[in-house]
Every structure is written in structure tokens, then in C-alpha cells.
Design a binder for this molecule. Sequence first.
Ligand code: ACM
Ligand code: ZN
Length: 573
Amino acid sequence: MKKKLLTLLWLLSAFGASAQRANYNIIPLPREVKVDTTQFFTLSGGMGIAYDAGNDECCRIASFLQQWVKELTGVSLELKPGDRSAEVRLALVSPAKPKGKKKASKSPSGNDLSSSNDNLENYTMKVTAEGVEITAYAPTGLFRAVETLRKSLPVKKDSGREVLLPFVTINDQPRFAYRGVLLDCGRHFFSIDFIKQFLDVMALHGCNQFHWHLTEDQGWRFEVKALPELAEKGSIREKTVIGPARMRIYDNVPYGGYYTQEECREVVRYAAERYINVVPEIDMPGHMQSVLHVYPNLGCTGGPYPVSPNWGVMREVLCGGNPETLTFLKTVFGELCDVFPSPYIHIGGDECPKERWQKCAKCQSKIKELGLTSEPNDNGEGGRGSQDGRSAENKLQTYINHEIEQFLASRGRSIIGWDEILSGGLTENAIVMSWRGTKGGIEAARQKHRVIMSPNVYAYIDHPQLKDYSRQPRTTDSYIVSCSKMYSFEPLVPEELTEEESHSILGVQANLWTEHIAYPEHALYQLLPRLGAMSEVQWCSPEQKDFESFKARLPQLKKLYDRIGVVYCNEVE
Ligand code: ACM
Ligand code: ZN
């Protein structure tokens, strides 16, 4: 009897071991997966990972793979540079150049948004009796492939010795070149350690653009060496509103924090190792009350101004007629360019009420000097909608955008702005980030401007993800952005844009605003698993997308979330 029981236990454990199979039904789903589940390659301890000897980037990618295989499965692999007989082989190959086809982009991080998608992010992964062969045109592709293999691995409870990899051929490439996530570090400050975790999570989902929102009415977070007081004083608000704004109840606790340039460089380096570009944002000329606190002369009224303890849209903005405003902005953007190598710099441009500008002598005199006139149907009133319409004040904002665009162009950069920058007329090369729905993006694409779609009702992950508000932490609660809603977004808006116009759509971004999100765990809860849904919008072709299939693939990703220790919402609606 005892012997029988032992045999049964042995059989169960043997069955358990054989059940440790990889599964390529991952998120985001690769472009093409041809799997043969009847045959396996057995990956076991002591096997090797080969890469191009002497190539530091490939070495780092191989080390990531080694670390992740160990972390998820317990299997220890060895790094074997240049050893073509190793069981896992990472190799760079030259792109085939069929006649008439574009060359692959030269951007090492796949961040050349002007290139088509036959770029350096593509990869092929084959599992055969000879092991795992991963090829790509560039390290970026190898990295994306290694993330794919990571997500395919079983998450083992025991420290196993082997994993079964079904034979497969995966050919993969992302749909969009720009696959972004915004983190607002103005309303709440997040540590560099958390930013790194955030970047890890982004990379896991194939995202390649970290939009770092660095400045807000409620706090300035970027060190500017020429203006040391800006971060020292502008980063601290004396108190923060709690509960509904109309109640005016405050915590009376000073809140602050900023990033030194050294820390920002560390973030850039860390992101680049994960093939993520950091797009820094200095939001101007609105959302600048933290600046006005330090430099009240830059406001239309002269202040004094507190670093805002309230959320919302502030009427106190940079004075558009004061020449010192442009001097200030050029100093800030100059240092920003020194720290961030991104080809795109976000200049904000949203929610800049024109109430002050309408009454300010300096602003009005600048409007006169520039010969700016209001056109019919203007809406020059203050308030949230004031940026719509071709008022002289909105054109003054365009003048500022133009000056900064020229300045940044001299540093080899393009500007991105929120869709309000359309109102006074778009500057020559501006990329529009469409947040108030897709309307701004559609209009910009029709004007042949490049566009990033980030419409609030689909892409704002500060909003609740479940219908029942009581089952989730409190957030910005005017509407729900469920996982299925986010998943359903089609960025090319085919009912509005012609095929040619749709080529202007560079990609899609999810935005995590943090008025009501003060802690890393809450930020991750808002992010996951919705970033999984967003990643399929960003990566997959429309024919591949299927929400039921997404939900069926989610448990495997959640096991990985659990293993790497990130918080997520456990329900999907
Ligand atoms: C925004 O949400 N104000 C861009
Ligand atoms: Zn003014």
C-alpha cells in the first residue's frame, strides 16, 4: 500500500514537472505564432545563452534573459558569448533588402518615429530540437524577443531543473512606433526606485516611450542648475486639499520632492537599457503656478502665488507678454535638452485659461505688436474651454510655442503638445497629443501633423476601472475607463481618417495622472492590468484583437505580476 502511494506521488510529481510548459499565448500577442505543441525542447540547468561576443548590449540582454529564466523557473543558464553550440542563441542579422523596400531605421532604440514598422524592433524566435534561436536586426528586437520568451515561461513554485518549450516560430513586430505611458510626478512625487519599477513594467508590456510629466501647479520636480530656487522652493506645497475641492479641507502637511539632473540621467540610462525613450514634459504656459510662486514677476498680476494646494485648472499662468517668460523657458528647456536625449520634448500647452492675458497690459501690448487678431466664433473666456477658438490670446500661445519650437529645433528636437495647441494655429513641426477625445488628433492628421492618440475616455488610467466604485481605491471619478473600454480603442479612427491621413498617427499612450494617487501600490493598481489591454492596442494588428482571448491570456501574465511583486487590479470589466 505504502509502495503504491509512493509510486502515485512520484507519478504526480513527474506529471507536475512535465506540466511546466511554456505558453506563447502572451500579452501583447505577437504578430505571428506558429506553434507545434506535440514537440518540445527541454531547457534545463547548465545550458547556455550565446550572443555576439564583445557586444555589450547583447551581453546585457542575455543577462536579462538569464536572470528572468532563473526568477520564473529556477533554471540556471550560463552566458556563453560567441558559442554557436549553446542551446539559446541571440543573434543580430542584417535585414533582407528586397527591391523597393525601405531600409531599417538607424535609431538604436527603435524610436525613430518617422520610420515604418519594418524596423529594429522586429524579431524572430524559433524553438526547435536544436534549442532557441532568436534573431533581430538590432538589440532592440532581441530585447523585445527576450521579453516574449520571459512572458511565455511557466512561473514555477519549486526551483525546477527544466522547462518544456513547445516548438514554435514567432515573427513579431509592433503595430505602432510610439507606445507610451505617462506618469504625472507633479501632483505626487514618485521615487527613482519606483520610476525604475514603472519602466520595468512598461518594458514587460512592450512600451517604448516614458512620458515623464515633471512640472505642475502643485510642484516643480526638475532641477534647473541656473535657477536653483525653482526646484528648491517650487517643489514644495504647504498643504494638499483632501476630499471634494468645494469643501476646502486641507491636510496642512507640506509636500515636496524633486529630481536632480543626475537622477534624471540615471532614469534615462535605465530606460535606454530597456529600449524606452524618456519624453520629458515641461507643461507651459498654463499649469505653472509652482513657477509663479518662485518668480511672481512671470505672472500677469505679480502675485503672490502659492504652489497650488488644490487640483484643477488654475487661471494664474505665465505672462505671455513678458519677454522674461521666454528667457525663463529657454533656460529650462535648454537644461532639459542637456539631460534628456529624447528627439521629442513635450511642451504641454493644455488648460491655459486666457482670463489673465485678456486683462494684462503686457499680454495685450504683445498681441498688438505681433498684429494678432481674434477671428469669428472666438471663445476667449476663461475656464476650461477657453483654449478653443482662434482668439488673439490663443494665437499668443502659438507665438510662444513657435519660439520654443525654434529653440528646440536648434537643439535637434521636435515638440509634442496637448491638443489645445491647435487652437491658435499649429506651429510647423508640432506633434499633437490628442487627449480631449480623438478630435484634435483627427484635425492635426488632416493638417498633416504627426499625432499621438491618448483620448481621455479610453486612455486615462487615473479613472476607475470597475463599475462599482466601492471596490477600488478612490480616484478621479467622473467616468470609468474599464479594461474592455481601453481595449476597444482603434487609434486610426477609420471612420474619420483616410488611409493616407492615418499614416500620421504615430501611436498611442496611456496616461496616469496622480491627483488622487499618492503611493506606488495605488499607481500600479491603476496601471495593471489595463496596461496589458493598452499594450494590445499599441502592439497588435486590429484583426488580432479579441477581448475574450485577452482575458483568457491574462492569468499567465498575472502569475508573472505576482512573481515580480507588482500590485494589480484582480478584476477585469
Ligand atoms: C490633460 O489631461 N490636461 C492633458
Ligand atoms: Zn500677461
